[in-house]
Write a protein that binds this ligand. Structure first.
Ligand code: ADP
Ligand code: ZN
Ligand code: ZN
Length: 800
């Protein structure tokens, strides 16, 4: 028997599957998805088995044996192995780039599960029970896996456990055994032990133990500021004894699902029926915040658990609040595993391990939860599917939605996407019939959407107001605070790539060919189009109205905070953005202060999560819609529509009706108008028409080749050489007009951490994409380039 494996090492040159011989004693239980140690180029390296084969063309004498097994059982499912192959092709990356997403969390530990008979009177015909009985001692999962040669036994095991026929114990061998200290005879007084009166430390230990009786050794030493030697003398005198704590934990049985008192309404029921029908497994639920989508998700999960199927439930990282998690935990208890980036790696590993052992029914998390080894997958649910955090910005630059769709195709499980503002590409697929389109029109209990007022900032300037706040917004803030209600002020932070605009007439410099805003590059004092590379000189007057208020646009949350503090000096003002929530627990604290009324004004980016109700927030101010509208990217309008809709949803969630004030230099922009009318459908119609006209996704594919280096000159040279090669290799497709290759262009933020970045863009007809990928692999990835890192991004939603 042979196996194919990929080597778990970051190197361009070994991006292949290698064949090794399986030692005969491992033949039975070595399976795809397990990691092994092998000799490779005179090193011992780790590899992941991707397949087992009976025959191979490679001559037997050349081939080496596998040295050793790392895992007791597979750590990747067969479906994941197929997915890794797909990701390598789709994202033009290496096996290792895709595979590393699926590896166990770094803090791998030696945790084993053992099963033992609890109810000896059991008379059922369980095969596992028979094995356990005949062994007469606890049996490991590893043993059972080798016995059954599959992991199917896991399902039965937890049922036996629930019926109290077996016990499952977890033994953590990787822990150093914890030492406990116990006092032997606490009734006698200290004098009896003949402790010198000046042995203060020893006395302190005894005193401490008299109250506590048993305590962990390191805690005792710390709390009494004593030392191991003082403890040792007490041990010698037989006053205390030191024992080892057993690292055995009994695995709890899985909680019963709690019934909820909520009955689905007609729209929700209809949605559920559509999802359950068999003809199409892909679904999009389009429904405003508060229309009861999460309730639908929970119903689906519940029904799947009944047929022993599992669910991956994804939220944007920032929506994964304690509030959201406890809503699920209240219903599903310990059947839930939570995976997110804020947890420590020890905890993450424990969760991951329980998922791999089939114990968890629901995996809730940010996008990385998609990469856990879930068997018997029944559904992947992705809430707020339009959210940018679902796109990876590091290699492989995957899109969670696409990977989920593929995994759903491979496993046959349901895919359910939900959003109040679906991404254009997803909605397009739904319109084309690929997804079931489920529209939920009404909010639960008919909660009203807030009233939105648009303020024209050109007019403000005309009338002499040069402040960040329009007069209307200022008045409303004041009134709201006077009524003892609260205010949220929003600013899209992604405005770092600055555009140039006229404060007088609203004119923004756009590329004539590409219809996107051009980006100002201070290093060359020019505007550059990030699609075609066109440049323009920046004039100091508006080309349209001659006004001198013609400059780069930029306000940040910190500046807003400063201004707001100055205007409302006696109010409590809080700020929530990437900087202020990076500390653990910081986000929860900001929410807490807002909900208990401590904060008067909260200034924030889109971070404010959905699903949290602040009934006393009755005013939301959008400081500038322009930052999003003028992102140098084809999704600018889409992002604006989403932003305004999402932000508006934060006002007036309680009994008081909320107000939204939106400041802009472009009050007539269609994304603003349709957003305040809450008319997604008209917005989609307009946007999809423009995408077609200017040739953007979903009508064509966009490919980005991103290169980075600290060496500016060689980076430029590299890109120019490769650009010429691209033109040669793709000559035919270019001549036929199927694709267009643009000149390499510096990125919006050209230099970060002393690293320069240059992008090359290709626009292509969808059916040419595989040909292009092959060329890219040949030109950019056939070998490693010193000091230059390269990555590919396909149909990115954002760039900078
Ligand atoms: P969404 O996920 O679309 O934002 P949720 O599922 O969170 O909506 O629902 C909003 C609120 O309405 C929640 O508090 C939820 O418990 C409640 N809710 C949802 N469905 C119903 C229903 N059928 N009857 C009563 N309350 C409901
Ligand atoms: Zn102007
Ligand atoms: Zn252009």
């Amino acid at each position: 028997m042979y196996c194919q494996l990929i080597i778990n090492k970051n190197s361009r040159n070994i991006d292949r599957k290698f064949t090794y011989k399986i030692p005969s004693n491992m033949e039975d239980y070595l399976m795809p998805g397990m990691r092994v140690m092998v000799d490779f180029n005179n090193q011992e390296l780790e590899g992941t088995i991707v397949s087992k084969v009976e025959k191979t063309d490679i001559s037997d004498s050349k081939m080496k044996y596998i040295n050793d097994l790392i895992d007791d059982m597979p750590v990747m499912t067969n479906e994941i192995l197929i997915l890794i192959d797909w990701m390598r092709e789709e994202y033009v990356c290496r096996y290792i780039d895709a595979a590393k997403l699926f590896y166990p969390p770094r803090n791998s530990r030696d945790i084993s599960y053992y099963v033992e008979v609890k109810n000896k009177k059991y008379t059922g015909d369980s095969e596992i029970y028979t094995i356990l009985k005949s062994k007469g001692e606890p049996v490991s999962f590893k043993y059972l896996f080798r016995e059954f040669k599959s992991l199917d036994f896991l399902k039965d095991i937890y049922i036996l456990q629930e019926e109290e026929i077996v016990n499952i114990n977890i033994i953590d061998k990787s822990y150093k055994k914890t030492k406990l200290v116990r006092i032997k005879d606490i009734k006698d007084n200290i004098d009896k032990y003949k402790i010198r009166s000046n042995a203060h430390k020893q006395r302190a230990i005894i005193e401490y133990l008299t109250n506590k009786k048993v305590v962990e050794r390191h805690k005792l030493i710390k709390d009494t500021s004593s030392s191991l030697s003082s403890l040792k003398s007490l041990e010698d005198k037989k006053i205390v004894e030191i024992i080892e704590k057993k690292n055995i934990e009994i695995l709890k049985t899985r909680d019963k699902i709690r019934e909820s008192s909520i009955n689905l309404n007609i729209e929700q029921k209809k949605a559920l029926e559509t999802i359950k029908q068999e003809t199409n497994q892909y679904n999009l639920i389009h429904g405003v915040t508060g229309s009861g989508k999460t309730e639908i998700y929970m119903k689906i999960i519940k029904e799947l658990i009944k047929v022993n199927k599992k669910t991956i439930m994804l939220f944007p990282e920032i929506s994964l609040t304690n509030h959201m998690i406890s809503r699920f935990v209240n219903r599903f208890g310990n059947r839930i595993a939570v995976i997110h980036s804020r947890m420590n790696s020890k905890k993450k590993y424990e969760e991951w391990d329980k998922i791999n052992k089939g114990y968890k029914d629901i995996i809730i998390g940010a996008r990385s939860a998609l990469f856990t080894p879930v068997r018997d997958l029944g559904a992947i649910i992705i809430d707020e599917e339009h959210d940018d955090s679902y796109n990876s910005s590091v290699t492989p630059k995957y899109k969670t939605i696409d990977v989920a769709e593929k995994l759903s195709e491979i496993t046959g499980c349901k895919l359910i996407l939900g959003s109040a503002t679906p991404s254009i590409s997803t909605y397009y697929k739904a319109k084309k019939g690929k997804y079931n389109l489920i529209e939920i029109k009404n909010r639960i209990n008919d909660v009203k959407l807030p009233e939105t007022i648009v303020v024209d900032m050109k007019q403000e300037l005309d009338e002499g107001n040069k402040n960040i706040f329009s007069r209307k917004l200022y008045r409303q803030i004041k009134e709201t605070l006077d009524k003892k209600e609260q205010v949220i002020l929003f600013l899209n932070k992604r405005g770092y790539s600055s555009f140039v605009s006229c404060r007088n007439c609203g004119y923004v410099v756009k590329c004539d060919r590409c219809d996107v805003s051009m980006t100002y590059h201070s290093s060359i004092n020019k505007l550059i189009c990030h699609y075609c590379g066109a440049t323009k000189i920046v004039s100091n007057k508006c080309p349209k109205c001659n006004s001198k208020y013609f400059k780069t646009f930029g306000v940040g949350t910190q500046r807003i905070e400063k201004v707001t503090k100055k205007i409302f000096p006696d109010k409590i003002i809080d700020r929530m953005d990437f900087d202020t929530v990076s500390k653990k627990g910081a986000q929860e604290k900001i929410y807490k202060n807002l909900s208990n009324g401590k904060t008067n004004i909260l200034i924030g980016t889109q971070m404010l999560a959905k699903g949290i109700h602040f009934p006393n927030v009755t005013l939301v101010g959008i400081i500038s819609a322009d930052i999003t509208i003028n992102l140098p990217f084809y999704t600018a309008s889409e992002k604006s529509f989403q932003l305004i809709t999402q932000v508006s949803g934060r006002a007036g969630r309680g009994s008081k009706l909320g107000k939204v004030i939106l400041q802009t230099y472009e009050p007539d922009h269609y994304s603003i108008n349709y957003a305040i009318e809450n008319n997604y459908y008209e917005f989609f119609k307009q946007e999809i028409m423009l995408r077609k006209e200017f040739k953007y996704p979903p009508y064509i594919k966009i490919l980005y080749i991103n290169t980075k280096s600290k060496d500016e000159i060689s980076l430029k040279k590299f890109n120019n050489i490769k650009y010429k090669k691209l033109l040669e290799n793709l000559k035919k497709l270019i001549e036929n007009g199927y694709i267009k290759v643009y000149e390499p262009v510096p990125k919006g933020i050209y230099k970060i951490n002393n690293e320069y970045q240059i992008d090359t863009l290709i626009k292509a007809r969808s059916d040419t994409i595989n040909k292009i990928k092959n060329v890219l692999r040949k030109l950019y990835f056939n070998k490693s380039y010193k000091n230059i890192s390269i990555s590919i991004e396909i149909d990115p939603n954002t760039i900078s």
